[in-house]
Design a protein around this ligand. Structure first.
Ligand SMILES: Nc1ncnc2c1ncn2[C@@H]1O[C@H](COP(=O)(O)OP(=O)(O)OP(=O)(O)O)[C@@H](O)[C@H]1O
Ligand SMILES: [Mg+2]
Length: 312
């Protein structure tokens, strides 16, 4: 099994002398059957990394290998060994959904009957049946995304790379998509998954890395990354529309604000004081509701990157 470990060593990419490094000495490994999440805010360097893996960009420095193969020296091999769902939508305007998936499977070397069977399986598993014979040009963004995923995983290579596969996908089908991603891993494929969706990634990946400003700043299982937050609770306050962020008591640590949603952390011993503060904001008409709960990977992500992920 270990023969097919995917390795990135000291990968560095510069887009030009005056720009900061888009990838700065990134090292990581993914084993066969492992679903590995790559998380980080906009512009962190995630797509830059995956484009180098697939041979669309040449690294400035560093190496990328799968088993015995050097993907930098041999980009053709990279395309053979990796299946790739780009962040941009696949160009499938003039194909029906079923055809697009089958064609993708045969291009990757799958046999006719097997590709047909697997296409039907994916159409079923992602609940795409009603669009089976619809032209790509007529699909909604989320359905197109799912079809792109099906095209990428119908006949997977040793490594499946998914750049933001869940974008625009509705919550129910997103759950189906995550289940299919897990299934790829269970079938022995290594999966490199780029996502903004920290909370969903937490449930679905075996390990993950957080990338910020081109550098890998944390790596591990979701529990190991959360461990540093132990003893903390998350206090989330939904502010009333048009309300400025209120002054926080000393024991409340500000973590971020998305729209009206104020996210903060408190230690467990301050739980009742935290609730009293949130209730006071409500009584003053500054907040509409609050929630106190266990910390999630999102909290570790916010602490490490200084950004909130898009989904709270
Ligand atoms: N073709 C390019 N030429 C110059 N700079 C680029 C190019 N592509 C990306 N960059 C820069 O490199 C950095 C990393 O971009 P990248 O697209 O890898 O980020 P990302 O993590 O995928 O972000 P997002 O979450 O928004 O997709 C950014 O500062 C970006 O502006
Ligand atoms: Mg990107």
């Amino acid at each position: 099994m270990d023969d097919w470990v995917f390795r990135v060593d000291e990968l560095t990419k510069s887009y030009g002398d005056d720009a900061p490094l888009a990838n700065d000495g990134i090292t990581l490994q993914i084993r066969p059957g492992e679903v590995y999440g790559l998380l980080g805010p906009n512009g962190a360097g995630k797509s830059t990394l995956v484009k180098q893996v697939i041979g669309l960009l040449e690294p400035t420095k560093g190496s990328i290998t799968i088993g015995p193969y050097d993907l930098v020296a041999d980009p053709d091999h990279a395309r053979q060994l990796c299946s790739y769902l780009p962040q941009a939508q696949m160009p499938i305007a003039s194909f029906k959904v079923r055809e697009a998936i089958e064609i993708a499977g045969s291009i990757r070397g799958g046999g006719g009957a097997d590709v047909k069977r697997r296409t039907n399986e994916l159409i079923e598993a992602l609940d795409l049946g009603e669009w089976r014979d619809t032209l790509g040009a007529k699909l909604s963004g989320g359905v197109k995304r799912l079809v792109g995923f099906a095209m990428t995983s119908v006949w997977p290579g040793k490594l499946v790379i998914l750049d933001e596969p869940t974008n625009d996908v509705d919550p129910l089908r997103r759950r189906m998509l995550w289940a299919e991603i897990r299934r790829l891993g269970e079938a022995g494929t290594a999966v490199l998954l780029v996502t903004h969706n920290v909370l969903e990634a937490e449930k679905s990946v075996d390990r993950l890395a957080i990338i910020n400003e081109g550098r890998l700043i944390a790596e591990g299982t979701s529990s190991s990354l959360k461990a540093t937050d132990s003893g903390s609770l998350r206090l989330q306050v939904m502010l009333a529309p048009g309300t400025e962020t209120p002054a926080l008591p000393e024991f409340v640590r500000f973590e971020g604000r998305v729209g009206h949603n104020l996210v903060s952390a408190i230690t467990e011993s301050d739980a009742s004081a935290g609730i009293a503060w949130a209730q006071r904001l409500m009584a003053e008409g500054l907040a509409e509701e609050y929630a106190l709960g266990a910390t999630t990977l999102e909290d570790a992500y916010i602490r490490l990157t200084g950004h909130v992920s898009e989904e709270l």
